[in-house]
Design a protein around this ligand. Sequence first.
Ligand code: PEP
Length: 246
Amino acid sequence: MRKLAAGNWKMNGTGASLSEAQALIAAQPSPACEMLLCPPATLVARLADVARGSALMVGGQDCHTNDTGAHTGDISAAMLADAGATSVILGHSERRADHGETDALVHAKALAARKAGLVAIVCIGETLAERDAGTTLDVIAAQMASVPEDSTAAGLVIAYEPVWAIGTGRTPTIDQIAEVHAFLRARLTERIGAAAAGVRLLYGGSVKPSNAGEIFAVPHVDGALVGGASLKAADFGAIVAALSAS
Ligand code: PEP
């Protein structure tokens, strides 16, 4: 399985930010892992132009369930693919919180992504209240409803992102990450069968160059989904290097 370092720029970045992508490509011309940046929709096509012929892949941060139609402000998976994206983040906790996205909606979006030939990067993770209540594994099990039962290893990536670790500088302990990722692999096997063995399971939440190495050593951690640290080529490049070396 080829590991994956995925960066989520969220609602950050203008044309000037493309220089960071150029610097990343220059610093990591042929990493041993896959390297993906998901910029805001306004930059997908421009980043795809910058990345053409390089090891850098481009993704979207969300898609609609339909291909076309009267959905002002939305973007379809087919449009992302047309703009040069090869994958799309779905069900990020910020979309679940800001836009009320449910597991059922994320499931429908994952089907739309597949129809357009995009890899669906489905995000799951518990809140701090759920962690403190001891219900983390129950929450993870319930959120598996976001994943289409007939998913393939090539078409699906799952990102475990504890909500309380996103953008906070806090991370779970290595044992907590290991527990969730092993549980996730087992539940995914129940849901999609043997294909689960080849699905990349990413950890996300305050991954930085300083903690990437120990996180990537955890069994069933096949890469990272990185927010803040993906905005700077030096930081994201160091994370790509740590994953390549793992
Ligand atoms: C994210 O939003 O997916 C994320 C992991 O953010 P950060 O790395 O900034 O915690």
